[in-house]
Design a binder for this molecule. Structure first.
Ligand code: MN3
Length: 201
């Protein structure tokens, strides 16, 4: 069964002024559609047609660049749209908030470390917050790799992913990735992050 580009859970302009409409439009209808098409083409006629995207990523051969890049791109962006919201921002609550405080010291220290992970990824990639074996971890991956892949730079179940490709911010922020990351924090949908946290706990 072919993978489909999911509809955005809000309008293209809904994350203004933090994420601009033009970026959202080309990012979703252009880039994400491209990964979706590329994934479907790459798995056509293989056993992967009957697998979930999580199963595909957990077993993909690192040298299978078509599935690695397009499958990663498909999954990463499905998560990205969901973990942003026009009603986002603020901070997590309850046990996730406590877990973040216990692990990183405070929410501000978490934000600082997550920001560093995004700024420190040279070229294109993603910053991640993962949860596995009771531990929260921050890290980053190159290109469209993600923590479900066996060979990723950070492992675990992703519960928050931030796109740091230039296509995610260049129209509004040009070369200022830090400005985008700051804006991203104003739209993080902590309810969804919390759902993913409890789903894998
Ligand atoms: Mn992207």
């Amino acid at each position: 069964m072919a993978f489909e580009l999911p509809k955005l859970p809000y309008d293209y302009n809904a994350l203004e002024p933090y994420i601009d409409e033009a970026t959202m439009r080309v990012h979703h209808s252009g880039h994400h559609q491209g990964y979706t098409n590329g994934l479907n083409a790459a798995i056509a006629g293989t056993d992967m047609e009957n697998m979930t995207i999580e199963e595909i990523l957990a077993t993909v051969d690192p040298c299978n660049k078509a599935v690695r890049n397009n499958g990663g791109g498909y999954f990463n962006h499905v998560m990205y749209w969901k973990i942003m919201s026009p009603n986002g921002g603020g901070q997590p609550s309850d046990d996730l908030a406590k877990h973040i405080d216990d692990t990183f010291g405070s929410f501000d220290q978490f934000k600082e470390k997550f920001t560093k992970a995004g700024l420190g990824r040279f070229g294109s990639g993603w910053a991640w917050l993962t949860f596995e074996c009771g531990n929260l971890r921050i890290g980053s991956t190159a290109n469209q790799d993600n923590p479900l892949m066996q060979f990723a730079d950070i492992k675990g179940r992703p519960i928050l992913g931030m796109d740091v490709w230039e296509h995610a911010y260049y129209l509004k922020h040009q070369n200022k990735r830090g400005g985008y990351i700051n804006d991203f924090f104003n739209v993080i949908n902590w309810e969804e992050v919390d759902r993913l946290y409890h789903k894998v706990k």
